[in-house]
Design a protein around this ligand. Structure first.
Ligand code: HSE
Length: 403
């Protein structure tokens, strides 16, 4: 019998308990042992739940119970998740989490502590919900020279953008719909302002490069500034707008990391990722482009990734292929690693002055503003051109990079 404790009985914790119960035969066969949810830690009581008798409020009961060998931390937030993780690992218990905030902030420390104590720290569910991407990236992809890892990493914003594109829905309706389906964070600002995607691209960067960038160093822009006019301009040039997390790696190992709305040409696979689905794309030599795709949020899919980690631990004991992360404060700006085209919309501008500032542009028909696609520019060249255009009396309304 393998005893586990679940910390947090919210959407994901409930999903994990349900999966372990509903799919008991499958998990027992795969894990090679019966799994017992011995404790569920939460501040609340759940008198009507079938798990009511496992609910406790004192973490030290779990910490001191030597029969508990794996702690599933699905509470969210940095504290007390941080303290409970440290205490669990230090007591020789494996820890599995879906909590991207705590992995992005302290993943380096937890992995080192797990190694020191001969146990596993696993976080497949922290990025991409139910998509099994992190384990294959660690064990099957890193022999390549990686030049980029990028993804649509937030289900809520992708759901909102899809509704805005496909149904002309407004932002508020689409957001409350996503919340009612259990996709959004407790504070949806973390979704719509890009914070959640920022944490996830930090984790992917660490998997690809070993460097875990501090999230406050990652330029992050959410989707709250996307206007119906931008949606319409994107459609006119055959693109979708997606919130994209990117880590671009130069040949000499410099990395540039960002989260920003991005125009993606419709013929690229990423453009077809709709609704709550996420996708993670790895670009490397000689592998080329590999995409992992699947449901990025929701109780069942996230629980699947959490239980997948448990299966890995039960099947292979200590995770010998565990990555090593080193915190990093400094990443490059994109100028050093990337040239890109941009969609720009401006007021009080004309095609001629846009061309004087940017060089050859492709104008987009927009009734109330001047909209165009720039030539390929570095970040520094973009800033210079924007400055020239604004000096001519124009004001920039939208500026979105094209993939
Ligand atoms: N709020 C997150 C999302 C949940 O919408 O993707 C999964 O991490």
């Amino acid at each position: 019998m393998t005893n586990v404790a679940i910390l947090g009985f919210g959407v994901v914790g409930g999903g994990v308990a349900k999966l372990l119960t509903d799919n008991k035969n499958e998990v027992t066969a795969l894990g090679g042992d019966e799994i017992n949810v011995k404790y569920i830690l939460d501040l609340r009581d759940f008198p009507d739940s079938e798990f009511a008798d496992r609910v406790i409020h004192d973490f030290s009961v779990i910490e001191n119970d030597e029969e508990v060998d794996t702690v599933i931390e699905v509470m969210g937030g940095s504290h007390p998740a941080y303290e409970y993780t440290v205490r669990s690992l230090s007591r020789g218990k494996n820890v599995i989490t879906s909590n991207k905030e705590v992995v992005a902030n302290f993943g380096d420390e937890f992995l080192a502590l797990a190694k020191e104590n001969g146990v596993s720290y696993r976080f497949e569910a922290a990025v991409g919900g139910g998509i099994p991407a992190l384990s294959p990236i660690i064990s099957c992809v890193k022999q390549n020279k990686l030049s980029e890892i990028r993804g649509i990493l937030n289900g809520t914003t992708n759901y909102i953008l899809t509704k805005m594109f496909s149904y002309g829905d407004n932002f508020e309706n689409a957001l409350s719909d996503a919340q009612s389906k259990g996709y959004a964070e407790r504070n949806p600002d973390a979704d719509v302002l890009g914070t959640d995607a920022c944490r996830k691209i930090a984790i992917l960067t660490a998997l690809a490069t070993g460097k875990l960038p501090e999230t406050d160093t990652i330029p992050t822009e959410g989707i709250t500034g996307i206007r119906p006019e931008d949606v319409s301009a994107a459609e006119k040039i055959g693109c979708k707008i997606k919130l994209l997390g990117r880590c671009v790696i130069s040949e000499d190992g410099e990395i540039a990391v960002s989260v920003a709305p991005t125009l993606i040409p419709s013929d690229k696979l990423l453009a077809s990722v709709s609704g709550v689905f996420n996708a993670i794309e790895v670009v490397g030599d000689p592998i080329g482009e590999v995409m992992f795709y699947g449901p990025g949020a929701g109780a069942g899919s996230t629980a699947s990734a959490v239980v997948g980690d448990l299966m890995q631990i039960m099947c292979s004991g200590i995770n010998t292929a565990a990555p090593v992360f080193e915190k990093c404060r400094q990443t490059s700006d994109f100028s050093k690693v990337l040239k890109a085209q941009y969609y720009i919309a401006a007021k009080n501008a004309c095609a001629k002055c846009a061309e004087a500032a940017f060089g050859k542009i492709a104008e987009i028909d927009a009734p109330l503003e001047t909209a165009f696609v720039t030539p390929y520019l570095t970040d520094a060249e973009l800033s210079e051109s924007v400055k020239k255009l604004t000096e001519s009396g124009a004001s920039i309304i939208s500026k979105i990079r094209i993939l």
